[in-house]
Design a binder for this molecule. Structure first.
Ligand code: 13P
Length: 245
């Protein structure tokens, strides 16, 4: 049985004080069945790490280079030095608003793994691709272009999050059937590339308007191992209910 993961992605929200009280309120939510983590704005990382408890604190973004002339960026080795061990890579908002290409994401994955980070790698199709019925091919390509260069041993440090772009922040979640089918497809791709054992061990999270009222149905699917939660991770009660689900 794979251990579940519920991860919050706070995106560019909350003040330092709000972030601290939200983080404090999550203390004790990790259990023998479920890991809980939160991906927080970079400026909160150090502070929350100093308060750290059973809920892991991760970074939403980093630059793959160790150092250099990249104004405004935070390097992967700076995160490591701070004590961060969890990073998010490939979120559709980074791809779309910050032009992060498949090649750049590949560099980020490789750099993060080389520094011993656990990578949550996001993939997912836009609405027009879903409507044309090409979503499986689209996601397969994302995996091949930016993730499947890693070794089988490195895959132990990876979680995949399937986040259909049309479901992010829209209140329009993928149906259980749509999510389950895509998760099965992703696991099959991993099986083809890395074999049965790696495919069975990999955790695949669903993200996109996941809320307390739909989390239970989504998480009961065989290939859905938890969620990557945006909006609902900003509300203690909602996030806790999702963890319980
Ligand atoms: P929402 O849960 O707000 O739809 O966001 C999902 C997401 O993008 C998590 O990374």
């Amino acid at each position: 049985m794979r251990k579940r993961i519920v991860a919050g992605n706070w995106k560019m929200n909350l003040t330092k004080g709000e972030g601290e009280s939200l983080y404090n309120s999550l203390k004790g939510t990790t259990s023998s069945q479920t890991e809980v983590k939160v991906f927080v704005p970079a400026i909160f990382l150090d502070h929350l790490l100093s308060r750290s408890h059973d809920v892991l604190v991760g970074a939403q973004n980093f630059h793959p280079k160790d150092s250099g002339a990249y104004t405004g960026e935070v390097s992967i080795s700076q995160l490591k030095d701070l004590g961060i061990r969890e990073v998010l890579v490939g979120h559709s908002e980074r791809r779309e608003y910050f032009g992060e290409s498949d090649e750049f994401l590949r560099e980020k994955v490789d750099a993060a793994l080389a520094h011993g980070m656990h990578v949550t790698f996001c993939c997912g199709e836009p609405l027009e691709v879903r409507e044309s019925g090409d979503e499986e091919a689209f996601v397969t390509e994302q995996l091949h272009n930016s993730l499947f260069q890693v070794t089988e041993a490195q895959l132990n440090q990876v979680t995949i999050a399937y986040e259909p772009i049309w479901a992010i922040g829209t209140g329009k979640t993928a149906s259980v059937e749509q999510a389950d089918a895509m998760h099965g497809h992703i696991r099959n791709q991993v099986r083809k590339k890395y074999g049965e054992q790696a495919a069975n061990a990999l955790r695949i999270l669903y993200g996109g308007s996941c809320k307390p009222d739909n989390a239970g149905d989504l998480f009961s699917c065989e290939d859905i191992d938890g969620g990557l939660i945006g909006g609902a991770s900003l509300k203690t009660q909602d996030f806790k209910q999702i963890i319980e689900a």
